[in-house]
Ligand binder design. Structure first.
Ligand code: GTP
Ligand code: MG
Length: 217
């Protein structure tokens, strides 16, 4: 067993907010995970927290129907709130429901002071499409509104589906907005989880402490 500072020694479900609820108070650094239904948000959260089933995953798209807040404590006692946002682009929901979700997620992304990073997940086989681009542009509005520093990290999920020899070239083809970082991960093999934690910690502690730099994956 490794004993890296980013290892999560404790993880728990803290709160859930359904579409009609108000958001729980922010108690510290938050990192949100956003992306299409089925892209692997919940699986990635389990992998990051080194827990098999803390976050419910499903083969049915749209399984996560509330904003879920998880509290993860690392070996070095740093505390992060990892936030699982419901998947967007789920056509089977009613228009009204999608609009309500859109408003809640937008409100969260723009108003949350403690939000330090938004991880935008894209399936490695699909790349960054217009929905992801819109999401990234949306988060950028925080800069204009001066809400607080918030980094966008584009994470390609399910890289186990691409042979190792082709991963680098596949990721290089992703069109990315200026300043966004990109990483490939697999919740199945654990590839990319450690570099992602390094990036997340860098974003979380911006202005607080120097955290070791990482080479891009
Ligand atoms: N091969 C592979 N499959 C994965 C990986 N991550 C997730 N999956 C599968 O993809 C499906 C969806 O995963 P979830 O983690 O539930 O996706 P989600 O983005 O949370 O989906 P919603 O909650 O519906 O928005 C499940 O069948 C997972 O087993 C991965 O890294 N590799
Ligand atoms: Mg989910």
């Amino acid at each position: 067993m490794s004993a890296a500072p980013w290892d999560i020694v404790q993880a728990e479900f803290e709160a859930g907010a359904a579409v009609s609820d108000s958001l729980p108070a922010a108690l510290g650094v938050e990192i949100a995970f956003a992306g299409r239904s089925n892209v692997g948000k919940s699986s990635l959260l389990n992998a990051l927290m080194q827990r098999r089933n803390l976050v419910r995953t499903s083969s049915t798209p749209g399984c996560t129907r509330q904003i879920n807040f998880f509290r993860a404590t690392a070996r070095d006692e740093a505390v992060f709130r990892l936030v699982d946002l419901p998947g967007y682009g789920y056509a089977k929901r009613s228009k009204t429901e999608r609009a309500a979700w859109g408003r809640l997620i937008e409100h969260y992304l723009l108003e949350r002071d403690w939000l330090r990073a938004v991880v935008v997940l894209v399936d490695v086989r699909r790349g960054v499409e217009s929905e992801e681009q819109e999401l990234i542009d949306f988060v950028r509005q925080r800069d204009v509104k001066r809400v607080g520093p918030c980094r966008v990290i584009v994470v390609a999920t399910k890289i186990d589906k691409v042979p190792k020899s082709k991963r680098k070239a596949t990721l290089a083809k992703f069109s990315l907005p200026k300043g966004a970082r990109r990483l490939g991960v697999s919740a199945v093999t654990g590839d990319g989880i450690e570099p992602l934690w390094k990036q997340l910690r860098k974003a979380a502690f911006v202005g607080q402490e120097a955290v070791e730099d990482v080479a891009p994956t």
